[in-house]
Design a protein around this ligand. Structure first.
Ligand code: NAD
Ligand code: MG
Length: 395
């Protein structure tokens, strides 16, 4: 089967994983699912294995044995791998051409690095990996001839409207700025007082996108956009001043590129992650994604406004971390993950999220990053600091 490409979907049971399999499923002649992974919800993984019959399923939980038994009983030859080695092994596997990095958070970094070092095509949804490890990750991609394609809708939009063959030099390509759109999240219009009472359930009820809980909270704090600013810095080799966030509540314009001649090119579409996923899977071809076409007569007026950094301090903290470089983005990301988890468990308030992050950024020593170990150490230390601060204040 000449053109068939082997695909590993890491984080297969999540929102991005499920959307990816929905697109892959439309093209059995193009794609073969070689590996699927999940962290919880082993029954969902079992169902996926019975449909896609991958060679490997990675599952670290105590139910791995039961998963393997049920697969055998159903005459499915999928081999269940545990952790810590499973994810990295499938990311490097010779049968895998494309690694879809759709794990949420820092846990996705080691397998994404393994894929980069094995020279794979990486479809990156796991923005936290790039935020933490920017220089180390990009160096591995370049050195090992890996191909990095964005799945994040904003970065896919930018990628789609960059000039063909963009070399990584914005100025040479006649580009002045990258305009990243943000929906503004579910709390866009809330007052500071209302924000102090915001609950996890409200934070997870996103107005335009249907996503996992962590990124939903990140969208509510605008940290998601902050992480995306740092992601854009690495993907497009842009300085902080060349990246402008634009709040656009309708989520129809997914991002824009401003050129020196005054042209601003945008990518529009129905807010459905299957579009950027299909673009990355088919690249450089366009393939069908199962997404309804955008009906301009029904979208109505489109609004654009500047972000409010006073009500949403996380965005400013991300710009600060970007400017400090080195370990600062890893510290920002680690403290944010700890704070978001504590908020989801109702242990801290919504405005405490940026407070935790600010504390970690101000108290952690700055380090330069030259290896994956440096990144993981900065991540570990920042998590401890953030957890200790929360314990000290909230018990
Ligand atoms: P999700 O919570 O729906 O799914 C996460 C997946 O990762 C699940 O399969 C889960 O089992 C797995 N996972 C969780 N913790 C893990 C761990 N410690 N080790 C290994 N696997 C683990 O999340 P999502 O919304 O699909 O987001 C995934 C990534 O994609 C995130 O980095 C997010 O920022 C990014 N992203 C998501 C969207 C979206 O629309 N959902 C859009 C852009 C970017
Ligand atoms: Mg996004």
């Amino acid at each position: 089967m000449g053109g068939q490409r082997g695909v590993a979907v890491l984080g297969a049971t999540g929102s991005i994983g499920v959307s990816t399999l929905d697109v892959v499923n439309r093209y059995p002649e193009r794609f073969r699912v070689v590996a699927l992974s999940a962290h919880t919800r082993w029954r969902a993984l079992l169902k996926q294995c019975l449909i896609y019959r991958p060679r490997y399923a990675v599952f670290p939980g105590p139910e791995a044995g039961e998963l393997q038994r049920l697969l055998r009983a159903a005459n499915c030859s999928t081999e269940v791998l545990g952790e810590p080695q499973g994810l990295e092994a499938v990311a490097r596997d010779a049968e895998v051409d494309v690694v879809v990095a759709a794990i949420v958070g820092a846990a996705g970094l080691p397998p994404a690095m393994a894929a980069a070092r094995a020279g794979k095509t990486i479809l990156l949804a796991n923005k936290e990996a790039l935020v933490m490890a920017g220089p180390v990750f990009m160096e591995a991609v370049a050195r090992h001839g890996a191909t990095l394609l964005p799945v994040d809708s904003e970065h896919s939009a930018v990628f789609q409207v960059l000039p063909p063959g963009f070399s990584g030099n914005l100025q040479a390509a006649g580009i002045r700025r990258i305009l990243l759109t943000a929906s503004g999240g579910p709390f866009r219009t809330l007052s500071a007082t209302e924000l102090s009472q915001a609950t996890p359930r409200q934070a997870c009820a996103h107005p335009t996108w249907n996503m996992g809980p962590k990124i939903s909270v990140d969208s509510a704090t605008l940290m998601n956009k902050g992480l995306e600013v740092i992601e854009a810095r690495w993907l497009f080799n842009a300085h902080a001043e060349q990246i402008q966030v634009v709040v656009h509540p309708q989520s129809v314009v997914h991002s824009l590129v401003e050129y020196a001649d005054g042209s601003v090119l945008a990518q529009l579409g129905h807010p459905d992650m299957r579009t950027p996923i299909a673009y990355a899977l088919g690249y450089p071809e366009r393939i069908e994604a199962g997404v309804p076409m955008l009906d301009l007569f029904r979208v109505g007026p489109l609004q654009f406004e500047p972000p409010d950094m006073a009500r949403f301090p996380c965005l400013g903290l991300a710009y600060q971390a970007l400017e400090r470089e080195g370990s600062a983005p890893a510290v920002l990301n680690a403290a944010n993950e700890v704070a978001v988890a504590a908020f989801l468990e109702e242990r801290i308030s919504f405005p405490a999220i940026p407070a935790v992050i600010r504390h970690a950024l101000d108290s952690q020593p700055w380090r330069s990053l030259s290896s994956l170990d440096d990144v993981l150490e900065a991540d570990r230390d920042a998590r401890e600091t953030a957890k200790a601060w929360i314990r000290g204040r909230y018990r």
